[in-house]
Structure formats: C-alpha cells, structure tokens
Design a protein around this ligand. Structure first.
Ligand SMILES: *Cc1c(COP(=O)(O)O)cnc(C)c1O
Length: 373
C-alpha cells in the first residue's frame, strides 16, 4: 500500500516516538563524543569511569530527593536481570505481584522459583489495573509504576502489611518522567533506555534501609545466589562506584547527560509537567476523535509517558504506523503481544510537546488520506 506523504509542517523535528529504546537527544550524543573521548575505551576500575558512575548516582539521588538512608545501586543486565536478582536476593518467602501487562507478568514469572512460595499474582485485564492487598506471609509487594505494554500507570503507596514487608516498584519507563515520592517504596528500580533516554544494559535502584537490611540478611543465609545476580554484590560494588563486571560506558555517559539536563530544567516536577502536557494533548485528541479513543478507559489510570490509542474497525492502525514510518516517524506500533488495532506513543521527557502536537496533525492527515476499509 502506498504511504501518505506528509507536508513539512506536520513533520516533528524528531520522529522517534518509541517506548524503549527511546529518543536520545542530540545534546546527549554530542556529550557522548566530547566527554566520551576521555572515557570510552578506558578502564572501569580507574577514576574517570568511577567518577562517572558516582555522578549518575549523585544526580539520581538529587532527582529523586532521596530520603535519609536510601542508596542508589546499579548493576548489569537491565531490569530483566533485576527480576532474577530480586528472586534470589530480595524476596524472602513470597511476593505479591500485580500483573496488568507484559512487564508485571515477567517479574511474576521470575518470582516463581523453586526456593520461594508461589507468588500471589493479582491479574487485571490489559488497559485496567489491579491493586495490592495485604496478605499474611507476603514479604515483597511488587508492581510496575508504568506498565509500558499497555500505558497504564499505578499510584506508588507503601503497603501497610506484615512488619518488614517491602514495596518494590518497577519504574523502568516511569523513572524521571512521573513525579514520585520515593519514600513510599523500598525499591524503585529501572533501566535507563526509556524515559531517561539512554541505552540498554544497566539497572539502577533506589533502595531503602529496610531493603538493604533484607539484601544483607538473605545474602548471609545459606540460599544459593549466583554472583552475577547477587544484590549484596551490587550493593558493595555500587558503594565503590563500580559494577561486578564491565558496564556499558556509553550507557553511563548518555544517562549522566540526561540527568543533568532534567535537573537543570527543574527536576522531577518539571519532567512530570512536561510529560503530562504531551500526553494530555494525545488523550484529548483521542477523546474528541470519531475514530479513536484512549485504550485505558479510566482517566486516572492513563499513563503520562506511554499513550495507547485504540482505533475503530474502519481504520487500520498498522497502516497508519507504517505510513508514518515511511515519513520518518517511527515506533508508533503497539506492544507486539497486545495484538490490538492501536497506536502506542511515548511522551517521555525528551520528546518535545510541540512534536507531539505535530504527530497528532500527522495522524489526522494520514487517516483522511489512507483508504478506509
Ligand atoms: C522495558 C521494560 C522492562 C525491561 O527492561 P530491560 O532493561 O530491557 O530488561 C521492564 N519493565 C518495564 C516496565 C519496562 O518498560
């Protein structure tokens, strides 16, 4: 099918609207070249790289207004590795996992381990969400802050449950894009290739004193823990501004620049206001559209950083995404396993609100000109 050629005034200045990996700003790439010249290709056990790791930890502490006693940990392997690390070193006996999309489901699968009791899984239909409920014997309550596969965001509130139970939040696509009170979580973990506009391969976590105590207690027990997935190992290495094995230095450089940029602009409240502005434009457009509507029906659950828009049967969303792609507007396809007639658009902090408004114009223009079923 031939694509619809968009007029220049409808083309965003940057066509990257993917939910991860996501847009990396030009200034970050310049910093990668200038600052990277003395860092890329050098030892991660020497001062230049250790200072870079320290800077990312310090800037994350500032960004999240880190409460007294909390620490920033990091390790290799991204959020997926963190799930396995948590199964080995954070869950004592049993977790409760809220599953309202792919990513929550993947943590629930990782928490289904022979040395643990089967997790208490609270599942909800895609586009809606479940809530945590205190259950005796559960020592980790886990849910995503933002379910990237569906565009559902959940509130972050510490669970009032068994003494010592931890609240563990997957903030992979939310971190730095949704304002949050980190004191309401014991572990707020993420990978930096989504809203933080970096590249993949690392995980970071803001952890509370209670979580540190848990990590140390399980590490001292007789449970077998592979070294690569040991949170105690990550704790010790993070305090030394390093990782167990070689980290991706480019990922660290891109992240550090992004954190500096967000902090210079006003930090988390600025970032949250910016993603709210961008996402609101899309939701209002979809609410008013005759052929589209927000996939997440409860406005309170709609994500400010990942917007999912359903189309009615007369419109072929895949054809729209394909036509946009031919114009350099990429990655508006829905999450592959969701299988809906949908567009999914990231409204991360790096994305200009004006570019989101142009994208809306581009979608309207495309719909008018694509042949309808
Ligand atoms: C992308 C994503 C992940 C997976 O991150 P990786 O670094 O690729 O392992 C986990 N959770 C959420 C919410 C995500 O959006």
């Amino acid at each position: 099918m031939p694509h619809v050629e968009l007029p220049a005034e409808l083309l965003p200045t940057d066509g990257r609207f993917g939910c991860g990996p996501s847009k990396v700003r030009g200034a970050q790439l310049e910093a990668l070249v200038t600052r990277g010249a003395s860092i890329l290709g050098t030892s991660h056990r020497q001062a230049p790289v250790k200072n870079l790791v320290a800077s990312t930890r310090e800037r994350l502490s500032q960004l999240f207004r880190l409460p007294e006693g909390y620490e920033i940990l990091l390790g290799n392997g991204g959020s997926t590795a963190f799930w396995d690390a948590a199964a080995f070193g954070l869950i004592e006996n049993r977790s409760q996992n809220l599953v309202f999309g792919e990513f929550g489901g993947k943590f629930a699968a990782a928490a289904t381990a022979p040395w643990l009791q089967a997790p208490d899984v609270r599942k909800a239909e895609p586009g809606t969400r479940s809530s945590a409920e205190a259950v005796a014997g559960v020592d980790v309550y886990a849910w995503p802050h933002n379910e990237t596969s569906t565009g559902v965001a959940a509130p972050i509130r510490r669970m009032d449950a068994d003494a010592g139970a931890l609240t563990v939040i997957d903030a992979t696509s939310a971190a730095g894009g949704i304002d949050v009170d980190v004191s309401q979580a014991d572990v707020y973990y993420f990978a930096p290739q989504k809203n933080l506009g970096s590249d993949g391969g690392l995980w970071y976590a803001a952890v509370s004193p209670a979580a540190i105590e848990r990590i140390e207690r399980i590490a001292a027990s007789d449970r077998y823990i592979p070294e690569f997935l040991s949170l105690k190992n990550a704790l010790d290495n993070s305090r030394l501004q390093q990782t167990l094995n070689t980290p991706a230095l480019a990922t660290l450089l891109l992240l550090d620049d992004q954190l500096g940029w967000i902090l210079d602009n006003g930090g988390l409240s600025w970032a949250g206001a910016r993603t709210a502005e961008s996402s609101r434009a899309l939701y209002e457009w979809a609410d008013a559209s005759a052929v589209a509507k927000p996939f997440v029906s409860d406005p309170a659950d709609r994500s400010p950083v990942v917007v999912t828009i359903d189309f009615d049967d007369r419109i072929d969303a895949a054809a729209i995404a394909k036509s946009l792609r031919a114009n350099g507007i990429v990655d508006t396809e829905p999450y592959r396993k969701l299988g809906r007639n949908q567009l999914r658009v990231a409204t991360f902090v790096s994305i200009e609100p004006e570019d989101v408004r142009r994208l809306i114009g581009a979608i309207d223009y495309t719909i008018e000109r694509l042949p309808q079923a």
